[in-house]
Design a protein around this ligand. Structure first.
Ligand code: NAG
Ligand code: NAG
Ligand code: NAG
Length: 444
């Protein structure tokens, strides 16, 4: 009896093994997430100064992977988090590109091939990730079985390799600057800028924004403020990813810009930034100092939205994405800091809420016209504000037969079923023998 039981047990364990593997396999996206922390090259700032630099070929996980998150913040030489009122992080972005093996290239090189996100602006906003002051308290996590597929060797042109370029735009607003808040809004008069970085005269009504706080400009200092302390800083970034495999559901990265005029034929005029005019007295009396800007844009490919987040600057009060029939797809609301520590700086947007719809519950169709709305308080003028919306879209997953009969997981289930039947039969036979034997003993 002991021999036969042992045999049955061993057989069961042996045949159950594939099933154990299968369940581990289906849970693996969370179980095998890898994480690496990197530092950008150092950048140097003193009171009022600006960096807007591109760092090519930054340290990044290599190989065919699915990205799960990208989080970043500014740190000093000791690795300590630097608060926004000292170093205002206007934005950081991470773009993917292909460069010829063994040769460093920048974006003006003919051999630089930008691997853009899925849309929809044509020239700008090609990044995969990007945030600003809200970076410390905004989730970038790609949930569940979803991942941003990168490093697929089939997509990399021969002779090239995949690389990443990091853009950091930061403004030093430590005591000494004349008007901290206007410095962060890149008010042209404070930067004494009338021409763009490339020498083109700026429009008369362009009074603030990115064209006035380009790399190496300096925001006006208090009268009599002398010198300044140069500080060495880094963007510290944490990338999480999993090795690519067939169980991962790839997602496309979309970025909508509220300044996009939204004509389906002309996708080239995302302006990235805009201006919020102050409200008039009557609006103020009626408590209606809200600037609502909207655009309607067609997304080329639909699917399931699995994540969404907006990007706004100080003064922002929320943003939302709607489907063609007016249904709310996702809204993203800023959190303002209330204290003085990094991640909670009073008056700054320190986080944006994110959307994580139930899988399959928020769907958009191919070519659907989406409306994106960005609200700001207009109780005062705001220059150079932004209204962006990032969202991740997976191809629709069939609800019925999400597992095809031929795939690996299904084969294991088949094997398991077969084993189950076999084990049941063996146990059944054994039990009947036992009973018969038992009856036999009793009868003695
Ligand atoms: C502003 O710029 C002009 C020329 O572009 C220069 O002559 C002037 O000195 C600058 N003013 C300050 C305060 O830097
Ligand atoms: C934006 O403001 C308008 C009122 O001007 C309001 O109807 C809308 O719900 C607001 N949207 C968000 C996302 O806050
Ligand atoms: C499920 O499958 C059946 C038969 O294949 C089909 O008729 C039905 O529409 C499917 N349902 C969904 C929600 O996909």
């Amino acid at each position: 009896m002991w021999h036969s039981r042992f045999w049955v047990l061993s057989l069961a364990v042996l045949f159950l093994t594939p099933f154990v593997h299968a369940s581990r396999a289906s849970g693996r996206v969370d179980g095998s997430v890898k994480s690496s922390v990197f530092l950008s090259p150092p950048f140097f700032l003193q009171q009022g100064s600006v960096v807007n630099k591109y760092y090519y070929d930054i340290p990044f996980p290599r190989g065919h992977t699915a990205l799960k998150s990208f989080d970043a913040e500014v740190v000093d030489e000791m690795g300590a988090s630097v608060p926004l009122f000292e170093t205002y992080l206007h934005h950081w972005t991470v773009e993917r590109y292909y460069g010829p093996k063994g040769t460093q290239v920048d974006r003006w090189s003919p051999n630089f091939i930008l691997a853009r996100n899925a849309g929809v602006c044509k020239n700008d906003l090609a990044q995969y990730f990007g945030l600003g002051s809200e970076t410390r308290r905004t989730s970038t996590w790609v949930p569940g079985p979803y991942g941003i597929e990168v490093g697929n060797p089939k997509e990399i042109p021969s002779g090239y390799e995949e690389r990443w370029v990091l853009n950091v735009h930061a403004i030093d607003t430590r005591p000494g600057v004349k008007d901290r808040f206007r410095c962060t809004e890149c008010k042209c008069s404070l930067y004494n800028v009338t021409k763009s970085e490339y020498g083109h005269p700026l429009d008369k009504d362009y009074i603030g924004g990115l064209y006035c706080c380009y790399d190496q400009t300096r925001c006006q200092l208090r009268d009599g403020f002398k010198g300044g302390e140069v500080r060495k800083l880094f963007l510290k970034y944490t990338v999480k990813w999993v090795e690519w495999d067939e169980t991962i559901v790839p997602v496309k990265v979309y970025i909508l810009d509220v300044t996009d005029p939204g004509k389906t034929t002309d996708r080239s005029s995302c302006k990235v930034e805009y201006q919020v005019e102050p409200c008039n007295l009557e609006e103020e009396r009626n408590g209606k100092c809200v600037d609502t800007k909207k655009t309607t844009v067609a997304v080329p490919h639909g699917g399931e939205i699995v994540y969404g987040v907006a990007h706004q600057h100080s003064g922002g009060t929320g943003a939302a994405l709607y489907g063609q029939d007016g249904r709310l797809l996702c809204s993203s609301i800023p959190t303002y800091g209330k204290g003085s520590e990094a991640g909670n700086e009073v008056g700054y947007i320190v986080g944006m809420s994110t959307c994580y719809p139930e899988p399959g519950s928020v769907r958009i169709s191919d070519g659907e016209l989406l409306t994106f709305e960005s609200n700001y308080s207009s109780s005062q003028l705001h220059t150079g504000v932004m209204g962006l919306f990032y969202f991740l879209v997976a191809d629709p997953q069939p609800l019925n037969s999400s597992i095809s009969w031929g795939d690996e997981v299904m084969k294991r289930w088949w094997a398991f079923g077969l084993v189950g039947v076999t084990v049941a039969v063996i146990f059944g036979v054994g039990y009947r023998r036992l009973r018969r034997n038992g009856e036999g003993y009793q009868s003695i």
